[in-house]
Design a protein around this ligand. Structure first.
Ligand code: CDP
Length: 203
């Protein structure tokens, strides 16, 4: 395949999306967008402002007005929050924030704009193949056993990871699901280099 390529990667917490998307983007020489970091950043700003995640309009206003830069580092309104958004407080607040339809509308629009600006790339999240980029060149859905995934998120804890997965999979709008036409990969069974070569061969 030649020309710009668009790859959608979805999967539950700790399924290996970030590791694979980084490796694939480097292998293909294209950009990578971590959409989970975008929702985490909104959750961080909501907590920072003392807003309850149930206050839908106030949370949506944060999403609309936050000046976000998501790359190797993540900054919100000029503050570097790369490490802060991985903490347990943000992990506990992010699913309710991401279930807010107005927040999703803002984020999906920004994600599509990123792809248009970059002429494609590797985009990872929960609804990329199903909603954000249904026409992606390749859709991947990553899995791994609950034990493997909890071990990868040991700071967060197995129970918190299971709760987040449950919320993400059962919300009304854009729940986590295997997108139509996605290839399912068990990342507990294969090394990242092997997966990258397999995926490149599918393009
Ligand atoms: O790295 P991990 O898989 O643990 O999570 P993440 O990709 O950083 O995503 C954090 C949270 O953001 C998820 O639990 C979802 O609630 C939300 N999210 C979403 O709703 N839609 C996306 N496209 C990406 C993330």
């Amino acid at each position: 395949m030649s020309g710009p390529v668009t790859i959608a990667i979805d999967g539950p917490a700790g399924s290996g999306k970030s590791t694979l998307s980084r490796a694939l983007a480097a292998r293909l020489g294209v950009g990578r967008l971590d959409t989970g970091a975008m929702y985490r950043s909104v959750a961080w700003a909501v907590l920072q402002r003392g807003i309850d995640t149930a206050e839908l309009d106030a949370v949506a206003e944060v999403a609309r007005t936050l000046d976000l830069e998501v790359g190797d580092r993540v900054t919100a309104d000029g503050t570097d929050i790369t490490e802060a958004i991985r903490g347990p407080e943000v992990s506990a607040a992010v699913s309710p924030v991401a279930a807010n339809p107005a927040v999703r509308a803002v984020m999906v629009a920004r994600q599509r704009a990123w792809v248009a600006e970059h002429g494609g790339g590797v985009v990872e999240g929960r609804d990329i193949g199903s909603v954000v980029l249904p026409d992606a060149d390749l859709k991947l859905y990553l899995t791994a056993s609950p034990e493997v995934r909890a071990a990868r998120r040991s700071e967060e804890g197995a129970e918190a990871v299971a709760r987040r997965d449950r919320l993400d999979s059962t919300r009304a709008l854009s729940p986590l699901e295997v997108p139509d036409g996605a290839r399912v990969i068990d990342t507990g069974a294969l090394g990242v280099d092997e997966i990258v070569e397999e995926v490149v061969a599918w393009l």
